[in-house]
Design a protein around this ligand. Structure first.
Ligand code: FAD
Ligand code: NAP
Ligand code: SF4
Length: 671
């Protein structure tokens, strides 16, 4: 049994005690603006409080119309709205938790035409230009923060988090990059930090002494003309003096071109930043970013990098994270793999947040897993993410479940994905579902390619086909040659590739395979990540930026595709740019608008814009998409079996693990 003494130790804030050292970091979920949003938020946060989280911070709520995220973004500026929040705070308090409301003024990041800023400088990630706040408007804004905090108190919140990082309004006042004012709010660092300090003082005055004020301090801006460590330390000390209870760490502005939370960011890659502030202030310090297991959190706290751990997405993945750690069962935790596919990617397209590994996240009121009233005998074929989630949820509900897979291990294609550098976290998803499958008593038959006859004679009440996909093999003359490999041969079966490789197809798998091929023996370590992305660990100047270290590849790779649209346009909203940058840094060549003519031992002949061109390659890897594997379907249907298709077997286009797990869980909830 594992123990986590530092993580689970209570924390005395002077006027209140937190039951442990975990803080659920702020996440905009979309529930804030949804129909029945407050009820859904109550269910969402209530489950996390029940699961043992020490202190929850809500998604960002604006103190005024100007500070909204978008034109429909939530605002807390009246008692009427405050009363709507009551069910949320009551749900958390019922479970013995504490909750703080995040006050977020987006400044020049707001996506609407009423945005304001420290100056008129437009954000590179926004089309709207801010109106620069006048002296009078600055004091009004400070008052709006204070009013918002006192209304939060009326709503039952235990505190607020003042969002001072990530490049939002407060950060825009602090940094030279965005503040070119010549009055008392610009120029010297003392002037630039007046805005946050006046906000904290006003909030403390209006909300009272026994109210938690968390200040999210940007300790590493990661943008040109950002701050340095001297400024960070000075601000931290002043923030404490102004009346803050806890300082939380902010890493990277939204416009920074360095990944700070993606799967390719090593775990706990930034706790060294918080550690630099340790000893300079007397109030608790929270560290954050890519801390996703109790083991990592415990190590960070035991090392003394911080007093508390902020985890946001890990609480989407598993509301019971803390209770499971406390029970000494970390292996039962559903680990956030930092894919962003169902959380951040959803928010960017206006969808409600969820979680790839836990589709119930933010859907607690509609996706309900209850014990069955009619026990059935069910076969699930395929132990990829779809089959594993379906089988384990069916068994959890009390059904008798048999799971088959032709391979000798659980996981399906996730066993290919986890071999891609920077995607190793997928092994946690296999571990989690494997553990749940065992706990819930699913009978597992690995290395068993089951046939339709066996399924028919097994007399199952239901059969779930989670049989995944068949890699598409295009008909190009010469495909049968020995220098042609499928992505499965290359990544899963470990077949060697030459020094000069052409990749056919540029979807998600084409990108992953190109990364795999150009990894060049740079182990996936924190040190390599910091060098590769140019992070200055002394934070001596310029927001902690330094020169990127060139990632030399020992292979030449050329990606090919038939369509003319931009490379990478089908990749994830919030992570696609990272894959694109990585391949650019590794000098991967890309050719679009290609017609494939013939493969021979020297490479591949293509036609582009009417002209023939030879791409020299000693190996050609096929990543040309996939088709559903439905070979069992017809026979089962003909025999009258109740058969269900999920995951890749249902739809191979845009197939992904998110949809496979979602379909598997939802099917299991209703069978
Ligand atoms: P699969 O994972 O394909 O599993 C199907 C299983 O069925 C297989 O194990 C197979 O052996 C078994 N099977 C088939 N027929 C039989 C039979 N007759 N009897 C017994 N067993 C049978 N998705 C994402 O969402 N994010 C990513 O970042 C991502 N990266 C990827 C990277 C790579 C390199 C690859 C290859 C895939 C990636 N994917 C990613 C896709 C993701 O892995 C798939 O979408 C997902 O695994 C599909 O799940 P599934 O359950 O439908 O089927
Ligand atoms: P994909 O995204 O559909 O891409 C297939 C590629 O193959 C395209 O570039 C397509 O481009 C090409 N292609 C299709 N048919 C072809 C043919 N007959 N001949 C030659 N080329 C052909 O599929 P994928 O890359 O196999 O990925 C499968 C799924 O896994 C993805 O849809 C994705 O959801 C998931 N995945 C996700 C991630 C992630 O990071 N989220 C990573 C990996 C995989 P042209 O038509 O232009 O040639
Ligand atoms: Fe984590 Fe991915 Fe779930 Fe987001 S969708 S919480 S990144 S596992």
């Amino acid at each position: 049994m594992k123990s986590f003494p530092h993580l689970l130790a209570p924390l005395d804030l002077g006027f209140t005690i937190l039951k442990n050292r975990t803080l659920m970091g702020s996440m905009h979920t979309g529930l804030e603006e949804a129909e029945n949003g407050y009820q859904r938020m109550a269910a969402f946060y209530g489950e996390r409080a029940k699961g043992g989280c020490g202190l929850i911070v809500t998604g960002g709520i604006a103190p005024s119309e100007a500070g909204r995220v978008g034109k429909d973004g939530s605002v807390l500026d009246s008692l009427e709205v405050a009363l709507h929040h009551k069910p949320v705070t009551e749900a958390v308090h019922r479970e013995g938790g504490k909750i703080a409301l995040q006050i977020l003024h987006t400044g020049r990041y707001g996506y609407h035409d009423k945005i304001v800023g420290a100056s008129t400088l437009r954000a590179p990630i926004n089309i709207f230009r801010p109106h620069p706040l006048t002296e009078e408007e600055i004091w009004k804004t400070i008052d709006e923060f204070a009013t918002c905090a006192s209304l939060a108190r009326e709503a039952g919140y235990d505190g607020v988090e003042v969002m001072g990082s990530e490049g939002y309004l407060i950060n825009q006042f602090i940094a030279r990059r965005t503040n070119n004012r010549t009055d008392d709010w610009g120029g010297s660092f003392e002037n630039r930090i007046r805005f946050p300090l006046e906000i904290i003082k006003a909030v403390r005055k209006k909300a009272g002494k026994d109210f938690i004020i968390i200040y999210r301090l940007s300790m590493l801006d990661l943008v040109e003309d950002g701050g340095n460590i001297e400024e960070v330390l000075q601000l931290a000390k002043e923030v404490e003096k102004a009346g803050t209870t806890i300082i939380n760490t902010g890493i990277g502005w939204h416009e920074a071109r360095i990944p700070t939370i993606g799967m390719m960011v090593p775990r706990a890659a930034f706790t060294w930043v918080t550690a630099k502030v340790k000893g300079h202030v007397g109030i608790p310090l929270v560290t954050s970013n890519r801390i996703n297991t109790p083991e990592v959190a415990e190590e960070v706290l035991a090392r003394g990098d911080a007093d508390m751990i902020s985890m946001a997405r890990p609480f989407l993945a598993d509301p019971d994270f803390v209770n499971k750690a406390e029970a000494g069962k970390p292996e039962e935790i559903n680990t956030c793999i930092a894919c962003n596919q169902a959380c951040l990617d959803h928010i960017f397209v206006g969808k409600i947040t969820s979680c790839l590994v836990n589709p119930r996240a933010c859907h607690e009121t509609e996706l309900i897993i209850e014990p069955t009233t009619k026990k059935k005998k069910i076969a699930v074929v395929g132990a990829g993410p779809g089959g594993m989630s379906c089988a384990s949820t069916l068994a959890e509900r009390g059904h008798e479940v048999v799971l088959f897979d032709a391979h000798s291990e659980l996981g399906g294609q996730l066993n290919i994905a986890r071999r891609i550098p920077g995607k190793e976290e997928f092994k946690e998803t296999i571990r989690y579902f494997g553990n749940k499958i065992q706990r819930t008593g699913v009978k597992v038959h690995l290395g068993k390619k089951v046939t339709a006859d066996e399924l028919i004679s097994g007399k199952y009440d239901e059969v779930v086909l989670a049989t995944g996909v068949v890699p598409r093999i295009p008909s190009i003359p010469g495909m049968e040659k020995a220098n042609v490999l499928s992505y499965v041969d290359l990544v899963l079966n470990g077949k060697p590739a030459g020094k000069n490789v052409a990749v056919i197809g540029a979807g998600g798998i084409g990108y992953d395979v190109s990364l795999y091929l150009t990894d060049g023996g740079h182990p996936f370590t924190k040190e390599n990540y910091l060098k590769e992305w140019g992070i200055n660990t002394s934070i001596s100047e310029n927001g902690g930026l330094s020169v990127k270290q060139e990632m030399k590849s020992n292979r030449k790779v050329t990606m090919l595709k038939r369509s003319n649209n931009k490379f990478g346009s089908t990749l994830g909203k919030t992570t696609g740019w990272i894959h694109k940058t990585s391949l650019e840094d590794r000098k991967v060549a890309q050719i679009s608008g290609v017609t494939y003519k013939e493969i021979d031992k020297e490479g591949i002949l293509i036609e582009v814009k009417g002209k023939d061109q030879k791409v020299e390659a000693d190996t050609i890897v096929i990543c040309a998409g996939q088709d559903p594997n439905r070979e069992l379907l017809d026979s089962l249907e003909k025999a009258g079996v109740n058969v269900h298709l999920i995951g890749g077997a249902d739809l191979a286009a845009e197939l992904d693990a998110k949809r496979a797990i979602d379909q598997g869980t939802r099917l299991a909830a209703r069978l």
